[in-house]
Design a protein around this ligand. Structure first.
Ligand code: ADP
Length: 516
């Protein structure tokens, strides 16, 4: 450690920030300038709590995976404390007017925009995401609070024409109660606000268990929620290590005081949580894995398709559940697509630490993630794929952006989600063949295709077995649009006017004895 970093570490001992790395947008500068946002204790009932133990948060982009902070390692007791606090707070929060709840959410969104740079730096240093993308995530994340601040006032019930003259039929929408969130590391901020915006707008209260890799963004959100006037107990955060995730998860999925579980993460973990939720019949939302097809038809504008492929594949180094995962290209444009995509990869992608201003590709979240991508590449090459770019590992969890041609549907990369910078390209002859390959997956989150044929556009948009379709577009996420999958990609919707329904139940009130 250099003298400067030692001095900074001493200065920051109150936030238990250690092992500082010097970058142009370095962790030392963040921790000094944004000390109030760099929180390391749990946030329960409006108070910052220590746990008996703590765990390390590392910078995945540093050569030696430098430890940047130690965070409270909560267990079942802290989780239960948070659930109880959320349950108490629900009694009051559900009766706060929708207009006031909206105002608090709007203030929270404003504070996020105000602290955008600091929040983005925290995302970059704990997840490895390049700064430009982290800044984008903060705006995207705030957009959910803003969107749901408006939706709060549009939770209308119904007055339904009754079959009897002496009765009135009313359908009231009411908040379900305490909602537990278990969230992933790839969007450490937005995957929390997409849920919290909807829940708080509906009148629910929340306990969040953030991913063990990225608790600092969740805790920074808690700090800003407090500054925005979110009352104690309405938004709670209980970070924990991977070792404690099952025991904390058990409380959040089985406690009778919890009414709703919203999870974003892998399909395997989602199934574990779903089973736990069954015992007390909780309402659930599951945003699980994807395996998005990206189809380029003969009539497509190949340059546009390449732009879309770059955006949809290499965002967050391929680590999003809506990243294109299987590229299907029709014969007549196959060679042109490969040549132009390869050139774009050479021109536009730059690997490095996310804090360096010109980095476009950060590290993968950990060694396990890098092993998976390299394993898929090796499998494809052993079965006859052609390596056009990349293929290897550069440092611990950095993987070179990789382009494979002549891929076939039996290869591992076509059968399981990659979550990394790999572009496997399959050649196809007919629309029917492309759809059969695209729909052969058990998952169905996002799908993309490029075509200039209007009839084909309607046919394929309807035929793809996915929850979201990009037509001549590689990026589709927006607070205004719905986010959710079919098949094993999940249950329920987030964002859009439907997102708030996940936190409401409809109560039928029949008023009788009204004959005049
Ligand atoms: P990844 O393998 O990429 O971390 P996961 O789906 O396992 O994806 O993780 C997403 C979230 O689920 C994280 O917050 C993680 O801690 C949490 N998680 C993983 N396993 C469990 C479990 N058994 N119980 C509760 N939460 C879990």
């Amino acid at each position: 450690m250099t003298m400067t970093t030692n001095m900074t570490a001493r200065m920051l001992s109150t936030t238990r920030v250690v092992g500082l790395a010097c970058r142009r947008f370095g962790w030392d500068a963040i921790a000094a300038a944004a000390a109030p946002l760099v929180r390391t204790r749990a946030y329960v009932d409006g108070r910052w709590l220590d746990a008996q133990d703590d765990f390390a948060v590392v910078d995945p982009g540093a050569a030696a995976r430098t430890e940047i902070a130690r965070v409270a390692d909560c267990g079942p007791e802290e989780a239960k404390q948070a659930v109880d606090a959320a349950h108490q707070a629900f009694r009051r929060w559900k009766d706060v007017t929708a207009k006031e709840r909206g105002a608090v959410l709007r203030k929270w969104a404003h504070l996020m925009e105000q602290h955008k740079e600091d929040l983005a730096r925290i995302i970059t240093f704990e997840s490895g995401k390049p700064m430009k993308e982290s800044l984008g995530e903060v705006s995207y994340s705030a957009s959910f609070l803003d969107w749901f601040s408006e939706e709060a006032r549009r939770v209308y019930g119904d007055v339904v024409p009754s079959p009897s003259k002496d009765r009135k039929i009313l359908l009231l929408k009411q908040p379900v109660g305490v909602a537990s969130f278990i969230t992933p590391w790839n969007f450490p901020s937005a995957m929390i606000t997409r849920k919290a915006g909807a829940a708080l707008a509906a009148g629910c209260t929340v306990v969040v268990k953030p991913a063990e890799d990225t608790p600092l963004s969740a805790l920074a959100l808690a700090e800003l929620s407090c500054q925005a006037g979110v009352p104690p107990g309405v938004f709670n955060v209980v970070p924990c290590s991977r070792e404690r995730a099952p025991s904390v998860g058990r409380v959040l999925c089985t406690d009778p005081l919890v009414a709703k579980i919203s999870f974003t993460g892998s399909t395997a973990t989602g199934k574990v949580l779903l089973k736990m939720a069954a015992d007390t019949v909780k309402k659930v939302s599951m945003e699980l894995g994807g395996h998005a097809p990206f189809i380029v038809f003969d009539s497509a504008d190949v340059d546009e398709a390449v732009r879309g492929a770059m955006a949809s594949k290499f965002r967050n180094s391929g680590q999003t559940c809506v990243c294109s995962n299987r590229f299907l290209v029709q014969s007549s444009v196959y060679d042109a697509f490969l040549a132009k995509l390869g050139a774009a990869m050479d021109r536009e992608l730059k690997l490095g630490h996310g804090g360096e201003p010109d980095t476009t590709q950060g590290p993968l979240i950990n060694d396990r993630a890098a092993d998976k991508v390299v394993g898929q590449v090796e499998d494809a090459l052993s079965r006859g794929a052609r390596l056009l770019r990349g293929g290897g590992r550069l440092g611990s969890s950095f993987v070179a952006p990789t382009l494979l041609a002549d891929v076939s549907p039996d290869m591992l990369c076509m059968r399981e989600e990659t979550f990394g910078p790999l572009v496997p390209v399959v050649r196809f002859a007919t629309e029917g063949e492309a759809l059969a390959i695209a729909n052969s997956s058990r998952t169905g989150l996002a799908g993309y295709f490029y075509s200039a044929d209007m009839s084909q556009i309607w046919r394929v948009a309807e035929a793809l077995e996915v929850g979201m379709v990009g037509v001549n577009e590689g990026l589709l996420s927006a607070a205004e649009g719905s986010f959710g999958g079919v098949k094993e990609s999940g249950l329920g919707l987030e964002g859009s006017k439907y997102g708030v329904d996940e936190y409401l139940h409809v109560k039928y009130v029949c008023m009788g004895g009204l004959a005049g």
